[in-house]
Structure formats: structure tokens, C-alpha cells
Design a protein around this ligand. Structure first.
Ligand code: ZN
Ligand code: ZN
Length: 371
């Protein structure tokens, strides 16, 4: 199957900026994320999107891709020395299988260590919890290794015996008479189910399962900067592993609630700030709320409604990337609705000065059009 062009996969053109690539990736990854997507072949498509982004987000790989059609450095001049085969797809596959909880098992033997099942839940956070991070105590039902039998499934260790049918190998040889003669095939021992052991009395706590359902609360440390629809992997908090295998992981997908006043865009936040006519005209120092308290913002004289001010470093501190966003303040000049007598007089006086100002503008227009 021919590989699709990386730019095509992300739906961008060849001149796309890093920012556009990132944006396209976020959109596509959301669309095809196997946890949430209902698209056909979502897993394949997601993999494709990852691969395209992996290449195009790396300036070196992107340059190679644009030049040679592959992300590896000069494929025509691969000597031996200097060729790095370590990065790229190998690494990606590893990340991918980690992401899916290492789905492929090396062995099917019932005694082989098996990783526990991954669990997926969703959680709603307030704007502040997502911005600052939070510790949450949650209860989820998951399998834990039975503490009474330690996972063996036997009431006591003396109840465990080597299977007499297969002598502990877990497999039996079955001999069948066919027209070609006698054929021997190996199959799982029907007596012990392949475990090589039989148990006289099953553990009363887990009924021989070796594991029990448990919903003891667990504490989750949610890092600051979590965004809506983001998924967090909490290692080893899934179902217990089997035969000494590691626990599965817990994946939490977040929904972040809106704030009453602050709007959020990634790590940046913005706020609309009402100011009065006179503050806008004369300039003022106004008090502005930020996520970390009030700060003073200098509004220069002659500020127009809708002007944007930037408060550097007053956004969300993202624990995963180490970056801190900015806060943007949009000032909105508020027209007074109720005027006192004195104010009415002042505005009337003011309007007379305004008339002369607009007259001079009017004169300019006249001159302009009569040219
Ligand atoms: Zn047990
Ligand atoms: Zn057996």
C-alpha cells in the first residue's frame, strides 16, 4: 500500500508553519483518538497522524522529508557510519505499544506473567483544578491480587498439587488414528487448564480466581495545565497483573469546565475588563484579576474599546511542558446608562468640545472628496 503524503494526512500545505502543524495535529489526533473516535479504522488513522506529526514537527526530519521524501538523512548516501537507525519508527512503535498497554503478549502460557488490564475513566475538573493541578481521591472498581491466597487461588499452599495428568507441563500429547497413520498433537491439558497445577480447596476469598474486585480509594495527582479532552496516563493503577505481571495502567480523560470570567486557550487565559469613558480617554491604572491575584494594568490615554493588553507569564503553568502562558486583557469601554445631574452637565459641556473635533474631521473629509 502506498504511503500517503504526510502533509495530506494532516490536511495542511507544504508551507505550513510549526504552529499550523501543531494545530492540525491536535485536530486530527482528537478526531481519530482510539479512545473516543467512532471513525472507521481510527487506530490506523491515528497511527498515520502520529507518524506524520512525528516527522513534520521535527525541523531536521521535515527537511529530510521535503528533500528526499523520507525523514531519514540522505537515503542515497547511507554509508554505514553516521547513519542513525535508532530514532524514527522503532521508537514510535514502542511508544505506540506502550500507549495501548502493550497488547501483544509474547506467550500464551497460562503461567506466563501477564500485564493487568488498562482501565479508562473520564473525569470533570473545574477551571481552577485544571489550571493549578489537584489531588483527587477516586474510587474505581478494579481487580487486585487476592491478599488471602496471594493470587494462587488456593485456600492454603498445601492444596496445590502438580497436575497428575500432564505432570505439571500444562500440555498433553493427544494421539489420533487417521488414514495417514497415527498423528500426535500437543494440546492444553484439560485437567488443569494448562496451569500444570490442581487445587484441592479453592481460596474462599476469591473463589479460586486469584483476584478480587476492590474499590479502595486511590489518590491521583493531577498536574497543572490539564486541558479539555486531554488524557492522562496513571501508571500501574489499572487491574492487577497475573502471575507476577505488572498492573495495567489507568487512563483518565478530562473534561474541563468553563470559568465564569476567564477564557482559556491552551496555557493562555484572557479576560474582558470594563473601563469607564474617562479612564479610556485620560488613561488610568486599573486593577485586574489574574489567576494568581490582582495586578495593576496601565491603560494609556486614548485607549479604544477592544484593545488587547498582555500580562506576560500570568497564564497557566503547565507542569507537563514546564511552560507558562500569558494573560490577555481586553478592555471594554462602558457607556454610562444613568447619569447624575452633574455628570449630564459635564457630558453636555464635553459634547460641545466634541462637536468642534468632529467638525474638523468633517472638514478633512470634505477636502478629501473635493480633490
Ligand atoms: Zn484468593
Ligand atoms: Zn495438567
Amino acid at each position: 500500500m502506498a504511503e500517503r503524503d504526510y502533509y495530506e494526512i494532516l490536511g495542511i500545505n507544504k508551507n505550513a508553519t510549526d504552529e499550523e502543524i501543531k494545530k492540525a495535529y491536535r485536530t486530527m489526533a482528537k478526531k481519530y483518538h482510539p479512545d473516543v473516535s467512532t471513525e472507521p479504522n481510527a487506530t490506523e488513522k491515528f497511527k498515520e497522524v502520529q507518524k506524520a506529526y512525528d516527522c513534520l514537527s521535527d525541523p531536521e526530519k521535515r527537511k529530510n522529508y521535503d528533500t528526499y521524501g523520507t525523514e531519514e538523512p540522505n537515503p542515497f548516501g547511507q554509508g554505514g557510519a553516521g547513519f542513525s537507525g535508532a530514532g524514527g519508527f522503532g521508537g514510535f512503535e514502542d511508544i505506540f505499544s506502550t500507549f495501548f498497554g502493550g497488547g501483544r503478549r509474547a506467550s500464551r502460557s497460562p503461567n506466563a506473567p501477564q500485564k493487568g488490564r488498562d482501565l479508562r475513566i473520564s473525569m470533570t475538573l473545574s477551571f481552577e483544578e485544571a489550571a493549578f493541578g489537584v489531588k483527587k481521591e477516586i474510587k474505581i472498581s478494579r481487580y487486585k491480587t487476592c491478599s488471602k491466597c496471594g493470587g494462587s487461588g488456593a485456600e492454603s499452599p498445601s492444596d496445590i498439587h502438580t497436575c497428575s495428568r500432564c505432570n505439571g507441563t500444562g500440555t498433553v500429547i493427544v494421539e489420533q488414528a487417521t488414514i495417514l497413520g497415527r498423528i500426535q498433537t500437543q494440546s492444553t491439558c484439560p485437567n488443569c487448564g494448562g496451569t500444570g497445577r490442581t487445587i484441592d480447596h479453592k481460596c474462599s476469598a476469591c473463589r479460586g480466581e486469584g483476584k478480587v474486585r476492590n474499590d479502595d480509594p486511590i489518590t491521583i495527582n493531577i498536574p497543572s495545565g490539564i486541558d479539555d479532552e486531554q488524557t492522562l496516563r496513571v501508571p500501574l493503577q489499572g487491574d492487577a497483573g497475573v502471575n507476577g505481571g505488572p498492573n495495567g495502567d489507568l487512563f483518565i480523560t478530562f473534561r474541563v469546565k468553563d470559568h465564569e470570567f476567564f477564557k482559556r486557550d491552551g496555557n493562555d487565559v484572557s479576560l474582558e475588563m470594563p473601563i469607564t469613558f474617562s479612564q479610556a480617554a485620560l488613561g488610568a491604572s486599573i486593577e485586574v484579576d489574574t489567576l494568581t491575584g490582582k495586578v495593576n494594568l496601565k491603560v494609556p490615554a486614548g485607549t479604544q474599546s477592544g484593545t488587547k493588553f498582555r500580562l506576560a507569564g500570568r497564564g497557566i503553568k503547565n507542569a507537563s511542558t514546564g511552560r507558562t502562558g500569558d494573560q490577555f486583557v481586553f478592555v471594554k469601554v462602558v457607556t454610562p446608562t444613568k447619569l447624575s445631574k452633574e455628570q449630564t452637565e459635564l457630558f453636555t459641556k464635553l459634547s460641545k468640545t466634541n462637536e468642534s473635533a468632529s467638525n474638523s474631521i468633517f472638514e478633512k473629509f470634505k477636502k478629501f472628496f473635493s480633490k
